[in-house]
Design a protein around this ligand. Structure first.
Ligand SMILES: NC(=O)c1ccc[n+]([C@@H]2O[C@H](COP(=O)([O-])OP(=O)(O)OC[C@H]3O[C@@H](n4cnc5c(N)ncnc54)[C@H](OP(=O)(O)O)[C@@H]3O)[C@@H](O)[C@H]2O)c1
Length: 269
């Protein structure tokens, strides 16, 4: 791989496991992070173990479209070999970003969409795009109206699941529009990381009873690592294997409508 591999959320549980593994294998990495001191600490830890590792930090806050635009503008034509849209949140309550998008949708859907779109001219012809989805996708449906949820429609897990389903549908449409790219989905399973802290009374109980039973971040990193190394396209990476993206997710007309509406909302020409 000659160009750069970009990782959003590299400071998180799964993101840092992926970053460590790719750094050890000599990938030229850009860590896209909102918390640059946390990212610098990770960089130093990795460099202590792998002094030859190629790790660069660039700031990216997915609640700000201006930040996404600045980050994307820092790359030139052909510089990007792979983009791993990994950062994600399960927002505790309803809140809008400065751009007027619901917070979870901004971080999990709109900003990754915009980032991917803006980086297309910077990608190598057969670049990899790996989008992190979730098994919660299968329990919800979305259409254009779901993109801007009102406060009454918000629920912590429901909104998260809908944002991930929208990301899944936009990945299918990206793959259709850009067959030259290797667009794949990764589903890490249920992983012991920061995101599963729900900000609720039962968190301490879950920490004791639930966390020991679920996957480690290193196990959760297996599907995205496989996708980032794969020659395949249009696949769903889960556990140690990849499969065809289930037909239940495919809806070409809906994919197109969502894509067009997202471009309109983001004022993309
Ligand atoms: N853990 C699971 O069970 C599970 C299951 C299915 C899917 N996933 C998906 O896996 C991905 C990684 O999650 P994780 O489990 O590793 O969770 P995590 O440990 O909470 O990591 C989340 C990452 O996203 C970053 N992030 C949050 N808000 C951001 C913003 N506004 N701008 C830029 N970066 C932001 C965080 O940055 P900071 O370090 O600065 O907070 C962190 O690096 C997510 O997309 C998640 O939805 C996880």
């Amino acid at each position: 791989m000659s160009g750069k591999t970009l990782i959003t959320g590299a400071t998180g549980g799964i993101g840092s496991a992926v970053t460590r593994s790719l750094a050890a294998r000599g990938y030229d990495l850009v860590l896209a992070c909102r918390n640059t001191s946390k990212a610098e600490a990770l960089r130093q830890q990795i460099l202590a173990e792998h002094p030859q590792a190629r790790l660069e930090l660039r700031p990216l806050d997915l609640t700000s479209l201006a930040s996404v635009r600045r980050f994307a503008a820092s790359f030139g034509p052909g510089q990007v070999s792979a983009l791993f849209n990994n950062a994600g949140v399960i927002s505790r309550g309803y809140a809008l970003t400065g751009d007027g998008f619901e917070n979870t949708f901004s971080i999990n859907y709109f900003s990754p969409f915009l980032l991917t779109r803006l980086l297309l001219p910077c990608m190598e012809p057969d670049a990899r795009v790996v989008n992190m989805v979730s098994l919660t996708c299968r329990f919800v449906r979305v259409d254009e109206r779901a993109l801007l949820p009102a406060e009454k429609d918000f629920s912590q897990l429901g909104t998260y699941a809908r944002s991930k389903r929208a990301l899944l549908l936009s990945s299918l449409e990206l793959a259709r529009r850009h067959p030259e790219l290797r667009v794949n989905l990764a589903d890490p399973g249920i992983v012991n990381s920061g995101i599963i802290t729900m900000g609720r009374w039962f968190d301490p109980l879950a920490d004791v009873l639930f966390r020991p039973l679920i996957k480690s971040p290193e196990q959760g990193a297996v599907p995205p690592l496989s996708a980032l190394a794969s020659e395949e396209r249009d696949r769903y990476f889960v556990g140690k294997r990849s499969a065809a993206i289930p037909d239940r997710y495919r809806d070409p007309a809906l994919q197109r409508r969502l894509w067009d509406e997202t471009e309109r909302l983001l004022s993309i020409q």
